[in-house]
Design a protein around this ligand. Structure first.
Ligand SMILES: CC(C)(COP(=O)(O)OP(=O)(O)OC[C@H]1O[C@@H](n2cnc3c(N)ncnc32)[C@H](O)[C@@H]1OP(=O)(O)O)[C@@H](O)C(=O)NCCC(=O)NCCS
Length: 169
């Protein structure tokens, strides 16, 4: 079992609550989130609240809100989807909180805890090939390229060239 909350010196990963739903939507309006994640531009707070409620019956999906440890301020989103012994991670950081290592910290924290507490053999992630920031986050958090899993994906009516990363236990 994963701990309910994870911390390092700077960030906390905590469960989402229904009160966080409008903030999630606000963050996904950001052009970079639209450009590089599967979150649709039409997302509503009701959709997000339903997804948060559904987490209770989907133990294979772990979703954390990334917060500032000292102030509790909301900073981002980090999710882990499990299938057998493989986990897929995805994330975004609110525009105002970018560029100060939050994503790297959050991903390192999640990866270490996932390998410690879950019976996972590997963690995977993918990014749009042009997503330099996310690719750097992956590398900084100990992931390496996995070119065999690169693929072209149909997302939001577009064709995205994507690159794959993996971190083994
Ligand atoms: C990708 C994202 C999560 C990075 O979050 P972040 O907290 O700003 O990342 P960090 O501060 O940990 O930065 C990690 C590295 O990326 C680099 N980086 C950050 N933003 C960058 C940018 N726009 N262009 C190039 N490099 C960038 C940083 O310099 C750092 O590298 P360094 O350690 O060599 O200096 C954030 O930009 C984001 O949410 N983008 C939109 C959504 C998204 O792309 N999600 C990921 C989908 S795969």
């Amino acid at each position: 079992m994963m701990p309910v909350e994870l911390h390092d010196a700077v960030v906390t990963l905590r469960p989402w609550t229904l009160q966080d739903a409008p903030w999630y939507v606000e963050c996904t309006m950001d052009p970079e989130v639209q450009r590089f994640t599967t979150d649709p531009p039409t997302l509503t707070a009701e959709d997000v609240a339903a997804a948060i409620s559904a987490l209770a019956v989907h133990p294979e999906r772990l979703a954390y809100l990334v917060a500032d440890r000292a102030s509790g301020q909301r900073l981002g989103n980090l999710a882990l989807d499990r299938a057998d012994d493989v986990g897929d991670v995805s994330y975004w950081i609110a525009a105002a909180a970018r560029g100060r290592g939050v994503a790297t910290r959050a991903l390192e924290l999640l990866a270490a805890a996932a390998f410690e507490h879950l019976d996972l053999r590997k963690l995977r992630l993918w990014a749009h090939a042009a997503n330099t920031a996310s690719r750097r986050v992956a590398e900084r958090a100990g992931f390496r390229r996995d070119p065999a899993r690169d693929q072209t994906r149909a997302i939001k009516g577009e064709t995205w060239p994507t690159v794959a990363y993996v971190r083994l236990r």
